[in-house]
Design a protein around this ligand. Structure first.
Ligand code: GDP
Ligand code: MG
Length: 177
């Protein structure tokens, strides 16, 4: 019988981290449900969402975890990072501070997560180019120095969201296969 669940070859856990209001929940909403909301409260309380896709003829279930507003006070616990094979570290290209905090998030991530974790730096809200506070070159340079994948995205306009998730999932697949 065609039980779809029994055909899943891999489950990849990915965590979203980064300052509050950078667009983590909306990136997830865009990727998992092709939705976007200007109201940031829309997805609070959701632990994770999934999307199933095919990579290299294997069925991969992406299980993507969202912080649900725990970004402050170091409230993101080790349980959140446990078993994560990928992390998307998100900043807002219009908020310099959210980029300045990336190093801190990286420290936190590296102290909690598996050492083989695939990390992707995401500069979100690329649709707000006129308000840009973080040059793309700065982010590229940082990503190169720290060995991170990097992409700018817009959850609002659905720019690069699909490629970003596909990129991290494919890299995770390379690590495990
Ligand atoms: P989180 O706290 O990191 O989960 O951020 P949210 O996903 O809740 O987004 C915070 C605010 O930024 C909300 O008002 C969103 O509608 C808005 N937002 C998220 N992504 C984008 C984007 O790509 N472009 C623009 N212009 N706004 C965005
Ligand atoms: Mg959120």
């Amino acid at each position: 019988r065609g039980d779809f669940n029994s055909k899943i070859d891999y489950v990849f856990k990915i965590v979203l981290i980064g300052d509050s209001a950078v667009g983590k929940s909306q990136l997830l909403a865009r990727y998992a449900r092709n939705e976007f909301s200007m109201d940031s409260k829309a997805t609070i309380g959701v632990e994770f969402q999934t999307r199933t896709l095919e990579i290299d003829h294997k069925i991969v279930k992406a299980q993507i975890w969202d912080t649900a507003g725990q970004e402050r006070y170091r409230a993101v616990t080790s349980a959140y990072y446990r078993g994560a094979m990928g992390a998307m570290l998100v900043y807002d290209i219009t908020k310099r501070q959210s980029f300045d905090h990336v190093a801190r998030w990286l420290d936190e991530l590296r102290s909690h997560a598996d050492k083989n974790i695939v990390i992707m730096l995401i500069g979100n809200k690329s649709d707000l180019g006129t308000l840009r506070a973080v040059p793309v070159e700065d982010a590229k340079e940082f990503a190169q120095m720290e060995n991170l994948f990097f992409m700018e995205t817009s959850a609002l306009e659905a720019t690069n969201v699909e490629p970003a998730f596909l990129n991290i999932l494919t890299e995770i697949y390379r690590v495990v296969s």
